[in-house]
Design a protein around this ligand. Structure first.
Ligand SMILES: NC(=O)C1=CN([C@@H]2O[C@H](COP(=O)(O)OP(=O)(O)OC[C@H]3O[C@@H](n4cnc5c(N)ncnc54)[C@H](OP(=O)(O)O)[C@@H]3O)[C@@H](O)[C@H]2O)C=CC1
Ligand SMILES: O=C(O)[C@@H]1CCC=N1
Length: 263
């Protein structure tokens, strides 16, 4: 399979590398205007320089405000047999199809940065027009970089974006705060960083592998009247943390909706 990436920044290059390593694609071409070199890909600085090849997969991995522009500049001959997959936050399938200007199937994907280490999760949506074979192919591609889950309503991608697309940043922020608190208590910055990161990894591993829900896992750490209870009491006072998280995730979802209107 031949894949073409329009935009070869963090997301595009991470996905491309994983697909190549998993043997799911045989060759990657990438268009990115200012890059001098691109690992794992044949690089072009302009779509006009692309050879006329019928690509199997075309990935739109530019910033949302450029997504329609790059698709409308694509010569139709390149997409005859392609499935077009856009990772651009908030850009609707209708706008992507309009920009393409012909009937090739469009999929929206919302991955997250842990695709870099094969631990991503991707929400997927396709309007009608995608065959079962193509759907299975897209599932296989995103399963190579973590989990792949389809949603049946496009609007739900705003929630996916707010939860897992942006989610890694929330966990990094929490680790940053946890490490800073450890430094305040006298730990060296190196040790505080190691403890915060390893605790996040350990907790996430338990969440994905242990046969217990989040509440049971939390309860297992929390001895009556112990240290964890002291901290949880602060987070849970008037549901402070839960309310903050809900407000933050709603705000991300609203921004995703706004991007749909702006793009
Ligand atoms: N980062 C994340 O966590 C996630 C990002 N996304 C989505 O992925 C997309 C890309 O994000 P990300 O990889 O982080 O961004 P990057 O800025 O790292 O990558 C975008 C790349 O596209 C290039 N580019 C700009 N204009 C064009 C053009 N006309 N043709 C081809 N390439 C172009 C940029 O070049 P230059 O830098 O020179 O402008 C840049 O190299 C976004 O739409 C975002 O919504 C989705 C899920 C998660
Ligand atoms: O912040 C953003 O808009 C993109 C989409 C999800 C993660 N990063």
């Amino acid at each position: 399979m031949n894949a073409l990436f329009l935009g070869y920044g963090r997301m595009g290059s991470a996905i491309a590398q994983a697909w190549l390593e998993a043997g799911l694609v045989s060759h990657i071409s990438a268009v990115d205007p200012y890059l001098q070199t691109a690992s794992h890909a044949t690089l072009y600085n302009d779509v006009a320089a692309l050879p006329t090849i019928a690509y199997d997969i075309i990935v739109v991995a530019v910033k949302p405000n450029y997504a329609c522009e790059v698709l409308s500049a694509l010569p139709p001959g390149l997409c005859q047999q392609a499935v077009v997959i856009s990772v651009a936050a908030g850009v609707t399938s209708q706008k992507l199809s309009q920009a393409l200007g012909h009937g090739c199937p469009v999929v929206r994907a919302m991955p997250n940065t842990p695709v870099l280490v094969g631990a991503g999760c991707t929400g997927l949506f396709a309007p009608s027009g995608l065959s079962e074979r193509q759907r299975a192919q897209v599932t296989r591609l995103f399963s190579a970089v973590g989990t792949a889950s389809w949603v049946e309503q496009e609007g739900l991608l705003d929630a996916v974006t707010a939860l897992s697309g942006s989610g890694p940043a929330y966990y990094h922020l929490f680790s940053e705060a946890l490490a800073a608190a450890g430094i305040e208590l006298g730990l060296s910055p190196e040790l505080a960083k190691t403890l915060a990161a390893q605790t996040a990894l350990g907790a996430a591993t338990l969440q994905t592998q242990a046969d217990a829900d989040f509440v049971a896992l939390r309860t297992a750490v929390t001895s009556p009247n112990g240290t964890t209870a002291a901290a949880i009491g602060v987070f849970e006072h008037e549901s402070a943390l839960r309310r903050l998280v809900e407000t933050a995730v709603r705000s991300a979802s609203r921004r995703s909706e706004e991007l749909s209107r702006e793009s």
